[in-house]
Design a protein around this ligand. Structure first.
Ligand code: GLU
Length: 391
């Protein structure tokens, strides 16, 4: 047999999804596993959103959407949301593509801008799929390591240190998975300065935008001065509206880039689900108090978990500003993060994601998704307290 794709063989599979599958398989075998691995809200999708999708199906809107990039009312709802919440002003007919999940929006953005060998900067710790997606799109991933002792602060100096003549783009995630950091104005100013001076595109993944705590505001990269023409914004409903299984995301940005992204879509997935587009319109145009209630619940879980984890000897956990992941360290353990995650599963029945999945600067950490019922979080802490000395 001829050799299979070397490029794909060289890539890791998504560790977040792998750990998630493993936890669910163990649960199905009857093991009492507390699943803190994949970031999946434990809430149900709001009922008016489900009803909108059911109505679409009952009315026979189960065919291709027209246009393929998104139903007009869905594109309109997204454009209105982005103007209202993000101060990003888009033409709904040319600047938005509805995608099957936020992940596909990230891939489309990379595919539309990269030529072979172009370098893409990403901030580490990084969400597991950015570097492999850069490689898949023909680019070269370049990590910019952020320092945990400096609260993972982004500086122009750190970005400039990794710049070469081949640097094409920068990927930013705010709030950040896995660190829970939210971009500050000073950090955004530095990103803008570097992007403008080096003529970079920026891919701004703002999927956790609605999950920011203590009343802090979200800063959208595309709304900053000089950034609208060089920024592609990724967003979606998975996290804020508890809709991971619906696969509903979008990519928004400058028309010439979106034209290329639409071409990639048309030759690969064709379109997102028409039924999900109806659900999206209902979610974005409907009541938003449910989103705030879910956020407040995550904030309570954060407060409980951060305090409880720091009370355990051998565990250190920074608080988070947004998203729903904690990224504790185990400073007295001699285990690496893969061994730590394995030990947590074996000894305590806790499924977590090893920090190394988020790049070298994630080593020594594990990630706990706290989008899990409070009772399970309490049980996880009780179990962790019992085994922490063995880690
Ligand atoms: N984004 C979530 C996580 O980081 C879901 C899994 C994935 O798509 O990677 O856990």
């Amino acid at each position: 047999m001829k050799q299979l794709s070397q490029r794909i063989q060289s890539l890791p599979a998504s560790i977040t999804l792998a750990v998630n599958d493993k936890a669910k398989a163990l649960q199905a075998q009857g093991r009492d596993i507390i699943a803190l691995a994949g970031g999946d809200p434990d809430f149900d999708t709001p009922s008016h959103v489900v009803e909108a999708a059911m109505a679409a199906m009952k009315h026979g809107d189960t065919h291709y959407p027209a246009p393929m990039v998104g139903l007009p009312h869905t594109l309109e709802a997204i454009a209105n949301k982005m103007a209202r919440d993000n101060n990003i002003h888009l033409n709904p007919r040319s600047d938005i593509i509805v995608t099957p999940g936020g992940k596909w929006a990230i891939y489309l953005a990379l595919a539309a801008i990269l030529n072979p060998g172009d370098e893409v900067l990403y901030l580490e710790p990084v969400w597991v799929s950015y570097p492999p997606m850069i490689t898949l799109a023909g680019g070269t991933p370049v990590p910019v390591s952020l320092d945990s002792s400096d609260n993972f602060r982004i500086t122009a100096a750190a970005l400039r240190a990794k710049m070469t003549p081949r640097t094409k783009a920068l990927m930013v995630n705010t709030p950040c998975n896995p660190t829970g950091r939210v971009l500050t104005q000073a950090e955004l100013d530095d990103i803008v300065a570097v992007a403008v001076e080096a003529d970079l595109y920026v891919i701004a993944d703002e999927i956790y935008e609605k999950l920011i705590f203590n009343g802090r505001s979200h800063l959208s990269v595309a709304a900053a001065p000089s950034m609208a023409d060089r920024t592609l914004t990724v967003n979606g409903l998975s996290k804020a509206y508890a809709m991971t299984g619906w696969r509903m995301g979008w990519l928004a940005g400058p028309t010439p880039i979106m034209k290329l992204a639409a071409k990639v879509n048309s030759q690969t997935v064709s379109c997102a689900s028409t039924i999900t587009m109806h659900a999206c319109t209902a979610a974005l145009n409907g009541p938003q108090d449910i989103v705030a209630q879910m956020r407040d619940s995550y904030q309570q879980r954060r407060d409980f978990m951060v305090k409880a984890l720091n009370e355990i000897d051998g565990v250190e956990c920074r608080s988070i500003e947004g998203a729903f992941y904690l990224f504790p360290r185990f400073p007295i353990s001699s285990k690496n993060s893969l061994e730590l995650a394995e030990a947590l599963l074996d000894k305590a029945g806790i499924a977590s994601t090893p920090g190394i999945g988020f790049g070298q600067s994630g080593e020594g950490h594990v990630r706990f998704a706290i989008s899990t019922a409070m009772r399970d979080l309490e049980r996880a802490v009780e179990r962790l307290a019992k085994v922490a000395h063995e880690l």
